[in-house]
Design a protein around this ligand. Structure first.
Ligand code: FAD
Length: 423
C-alpha cells in the first residue's frame, strides 16, 4: 500500500461511501465521492441492529434518523404461523443500546449523503470508471472520469476506495478470488399498507415452507420481503409482481399477516447470494462495505458491517502501513466469517430446533437453566453483539452444535429450508 495518502476517490455514494467520506473529510483529507443519483423507488436494508447506533451518534445523525424511522426494540421470529419467539434487545444485556431503528432506506441514505455534503465532501454524479495501469495491481481512474471531475485531484488520487456495493467494481476488474456462501436465493420485496399491525416495531422474521419472509414496520407502511430459491419462483407467474403477489397469497403465514394488505410500490428483486472477496486491498486501492463482502440478510447485519468497515478504514488511511491494511483485511474477513456461521444456524435448522427443544423441555432442570441463557445470547445475534462477545459466540456454538448432538435431537425444522441449498 502506498504511503502518504492525501487524496482519496470513493466509488459509490451509498451508506458506506458517504460515512467514510465524512470521516476522512473530518481528518482533513481531500475526498471525492462518485455517485449515481438515480435510485430505485425502495431499497432493501431497512432494519438496523443496535450495534450501529453508537456509530450513528458519532456521525451526529441519530436524531435525524430517529425522526423518520420506527423505534425497534427487538426481533420476533416465527417458527410457524402461530409460534412466535420474541427477543427484546434489553434481554441481551451487554454494552449496546437496547434499541435500533427501522429506516426507510432512501431517507437513510440521503441523511448520510447530506451529512457528507454539509461537511464539505465533494460529490460527482458520475459512474467512476477504473482501469489497470499495467504496473502490478495498481489502478487509476479512466481519463474520461478524470476529465469529468475537472481534474479535481490534479492528476490521479492517491487512493481509490471501492464502496460500490454489490457492483464490486474493483473485485471484478482484478478478478479477485471470492468465497461464495451456499445460498442462491432471490429476495422479492415491496411496501404495503393495510397489513397486520406490528406493535412494538420489531422486525418479524417468518420461517416458511419454501424459504423465509420479513415484515419490517415503517411509520406508514410495512416492508414485506420474501426470500426463496429461484427454482420455486416460476410456479407463481412470469413477472416479479405476479410471483410476489401469488406467493403471498399461497403461503398461509403470509396470508395471515398480509392478506388484507395492498401493495403500494412495484416489486424489487435482489439476487440474494453471499459473496466475500478474499483480498481487500492492493497498491493504491481498498475495498469496503458490500464491495468487500456481503452476507445473507437474515440477521440485518449489512448496514452495520458496511458502516463499521468505513470507521475501521478511516482509522488507517493516511499513516497506515502495510501491516495496518493487512490487519484491516484480516478483521473484515474474520467478522464476515463469524457472522456467516451465525447465518448458517438459521438455514441448517439448529435455531428452530433449539426453540422447539426449549419449549418441550422447559419443565426440566436443563430447560430451566438453558432457557434464559439461550434467550440472552440469541438476542445478541439480533443486536449484533454475539459476534464480538467471546462467551456468547462459544455458547451459541455449543448449543447449536455439540449440545443438540449430545441430546440426539434431530434437526426438527430444517427439511424444507435445507432443500433450498445448492451444494
Ligand atoms: C434482500 C436484502 C435485504 C437486506 N436487508 C438488510 C437489513 O434489513 N438491514 C441491513 O442492515 N442490511 C440489509 N441488507 C444489506 C444492505 O442493503 C447492504 O449491506 C448495504 O446497502 C451496503 O451498503 P454499501 O454502501 O456498502 O453499498 P450500497 O448501499 O449498495 O451502495 C453502493 C452505491 O455505489 C453506487 N455505485 C456502484 N458502482 C458505482 C460506480 N462505478 N460509480 C459510482 N457509483 C457507483 C451504487 O449505485 C450504490 O448507490 C440487505 C440486503 C439484501 C440483498
Amino acid at each position: 500500500m502506498k504511503k502518504n495518502i492525501k487524496t482519496i476517490a470513493i466509488v459509490g455514494g451509498g451508506p458506506c461511501g458517504c460515512a467514510l467520506a465524512t470521516l476522512l473529510n473530518r481528518k482533513g483529507f481531500k475526498v471525492a465521492v462518485f455517485y449515481i443519483a438515480k435510485r430505485p423507488e425502495i431499497i432493501v436494508g431497512e432494519s438496523l441492529v443496535p450495534a450501529i447506533v453508537p456509530m450513528l451518534r458519532e456521525l451526529g445523525i441519530e436524531d435525524e434518523v430517529k425522526s423518520y424511522s420506527t423505534y425497534k426494540p427487538g426481533a420476533s421470529v416465527w417458527v410457524s404461523k402461530d409460534e412466535e419467539a420474541t427477543s427484546p434487545f434489553a434481554i441481551g444485556g451487554g454494552a449496546l443500546p437496547s434499541y435500533a431503528y427501522n429506516v426507510p432506506r432512501v431517507k437513510f441514505d440521503k441523511t448520510l449523503f447530506d451529512l457528507a455534503l454539509r461537511e464539505g465532501v465533494q460529490f460527482f454524479e458520475q459512474v467512476a470508471k477504473i482501469e489497470k495501469t499495467g504496473k502490478g495491481d495498481e489502478l487509476k481512474l479512466s481519463d474520461d472520469t478524470i476529465s469529468g471531475i475537472n481534474d479535481f485531484f490534479k492528476g490521479q488520487p492517491d487512493l481509490i476506495v471501492d464502496a460500490s456495493g454489490r457492483s464490486r467494481t474493483i473485485s471484478r476488474l482484478l478478478d479477485i478470488p471470492t468465497k461464495a456462501g451456499e445460498r442462491r436465493d432471490i429476495a422479492l420485496f415491496s411496501h404495503m399498507t393495510g397489513t397486520e399491525k406490528i406493535e412494538p416495531y420489531n422486525i418479524h422474521l417468518h420461517r416458511l415452507e419454501k424459504g423465509w419472509a420479513w415484515r419490517i414496520p415503517h411509520l406508514d407502511r410495512t416492508s414485506v420481503g420474501v426470500v426463496i430459491h429461484p427454482k420455486h419462483l416460476e410456479e407463481y407467474g412470469s413477472t416479479k409482481e405476479e410471483r410476489y403477489d401469488n406467493y403471498l397469497k399461497s403461503e398461509p403465514t403470509l396470508q395471515k399477516f398480509t392478506g388484507k394488505g395492498k401493495r403500494e410500490t412495484s416489486v424489487m428483486q435482489y439476487d440474494n447470494y453471499q459473496l466475500i472477496s478474499q483480498q481487500m486491498y492492493g497498491t493504491n486501492w481498498v475495498l469496503t462495505g458490500d464491495a468487500g463482502g456481503f452476507l445473507d440478510p437474515i440477521f440485518s447485519s449489512g448496514l452495520f458491517l458496511a458502516i463499521k468497515g468505513a470507521f475501521r478504514l478511516s482509522q488507517i488511511i493516511g499513516d497506515g502501513t502495510n501491516p495496518d491494511y493487512k490487519r484491516y483485511q484480516k478483521e473484515q474477513l474474520r467478522e464476515l466469517e463469524v457472522w456467516q456461521r451465525l447465518v448458517d444456524t438459521w438455514y441448517d435448522g439448529s435455531l428452530f430446533t433449539l426453540f422447539k427443544v426449549g419449549q418441550d423441555r422447559m419443565d426440566t432442570a436443563l430447560g430451566r437453566f438453558l432457557g434464559p441463557q439461550f434467550q440472552k445470547h440469541l438476542t445478541r445475534i439480533f443486536s449484533g453483539e454475539a459476534v464480538y462477545v467471546g462467551y456468547s459466540r462459544r455458547f451459541l456454538n455449543f448449543v447449536t452444535g455439540s449440545m443438540l448432538s449430545l441430546m440426539k435431537v434431530g434437526r426438527l425444522h430444517n427439511r424444507d429450508i435445507k432443500d433450498l441449498e445448492i451444494k
